[in-house]
Design a protein around this ligand. Structure first.
Ligand code: FPP
Length: 252
C-alpha cells in the first residue's frame, strides 16, 4: 500500500503501540534501481534505522525490534554476508554513545554464537553500557529466526526439567513465552514490513500472534519518519479484538 504520508499528522490522543517490530526489506532493490551494489542499499538502510529509532523514542514507543539479519540470510553470497557484518560492527561503534546519551537500551536477539568473535564482543559491550537505560528498549535481531527461537526455548525448558527446576505439567504458554529471546517483553502490537512483500519471513512467530500488520511498499532506505508516523496512525485506527467480537470490545 502506497500511502500519502503527508496527511498523517500525529494527533495528541493517538494510541501509540507499546512494541513495534519491523522487517526492513528492500535495500537490495533500492540499490539495483540506482545501478549500485547491494551493500550500498544496506548502507542507505542504516539512515532509516537511525530515523525510525529516533522517531519511535519521540513518539513514546517503549519497545522497538528490528529484523536485521535472519537465520536464512547466511545463505546469501559470501561477500554480501561479510559486508553486512562489517556494517553492523561499524554502526555499533558509531551509534552506541549516542543511543546511550538518549537513554536507549540496546539488546540483540538471535544465535549470537554464530557471529564473529569481534562482533559478539562489541554487542556485549553495547548491551552492558546501555543496560540501565530506561528509555526506548531497542532490540536488533541478528542471526535470528522465529523457528530457531522456539526450538532454542524448548531446549532451555527441557534442560530445566532435567535439572528438576520445572515439572513437565508446569509448562504452559507463559513458560514458553518467557524462554523465548524476547521473554518478559510485551508482544509486538504492530508489525511493519517494508519493500512491498506481504509475508512474515520467520520473524517472531510466537510473539506476533495478535500483532496488527502494516505492509508498506516503500523500500527500506526510503522509509523514514513520515512513513513511520503513517504506520502509527494506521495502527491507531485498528480495533484489537483478541478473539472477542467487535461489540464485546466496544462495550469494554
Ligand atoms: C533486507 O533487504 C535487508 C537486510 C537483509 C539487511 C538489513 C540491514 C540494514 C537495514 C542495515 C543496518 C541495520 C542495523 C541494525 C544497523 P534485502 O537485501 O532483502 O532487499 P531486497 O529484497 O530488495 O533484495
Amino acid at each position: 500500500m502506497k500511502l500519502d504520508t503527508a496527511i498523517y499528522v500525529i494527533e495528541t490522543d493517538q494510541r501509540i503501540p507499546q512494541h513495534v517490530a519491523i522487517i526492513m526489506d528492500g535495500n537490495g532493490r533500492w540499490a539495483s534501481e540506482r545501478a549500485m551494489p547491494r551493500h550500498a542499499g544496506h548502507r542507505a538502510g542504516v539512515k532509516s534505522v537511525r530515523a525510525v529509532v529516533e522517531r519511535a523514542a519521540e513518539q513514546g514507543v517503549a519497545h522497538l525490534t528490528l529484523f536485521a539479519f535472519s537465520s536464512e540470510n547466511w545463505s546469501r553470497p559470501r561477500d554480501e554476508v561479510s559486508s553486512l557484518m562489517k556494517l553492523f560492527l561499524e554502526a555499533l561503534q558509531r551509534e552506541v554513545t549516542k543511543l546511550h546519551r538518549n537513554n536507549v537500551r540496546l539488546r540483540f536477539i538471535g544465535a549470537r554464537e554464530q557471529l564473529q568473535a569481534g562482533l559478539v564482543k562489541k554487542i556485549a559491550e553495547a548491551e552492558l553500557k546501555t543496560a540501565a537505560n530506561d528509555g526506548l528498549q531497542l532490540f536488533i535481531a541478528v542471526a535470528y529466526g522465529g523457528r530457531w527461537d522456539v526450538v532454542n526455548a524448548t531446549k532451555n525448558i527441557v534442560a530445566r526439567v532435567q535439572e528438576r527446576d520445572l515439572m513437565p505439567e508446569e509448562i504452559d504458554e507463559t513458560v514458553l513465552a518467557n524462554a523465548l529471546q524476547l521473554g518478559g517483553v510485551p508482544d509486538p502490537d504492530l508489525l511493519i514490513r517494508t519493500g512491498g512483500e506481504q509475508r512474515i519471513s520467520n520473524f517472531l512467530l510466537w510473539n506476533i500472534a495478535y500483532a496488527e500488520l502494516f505492509f508498506s511498499d516503500e523500500l527500506w532506505p526510503d522509509f523514514g519518519t513520515a512513513e513511520f508516523d503513517a504506520a502509527l496512525h494506521h495502527f491507531s485506527g485498528r480495533q484489537r479484538r483478541y478473539g472477542h467480537t467487535g461489540d464485546q470490545v466496544g462495550a469494554a
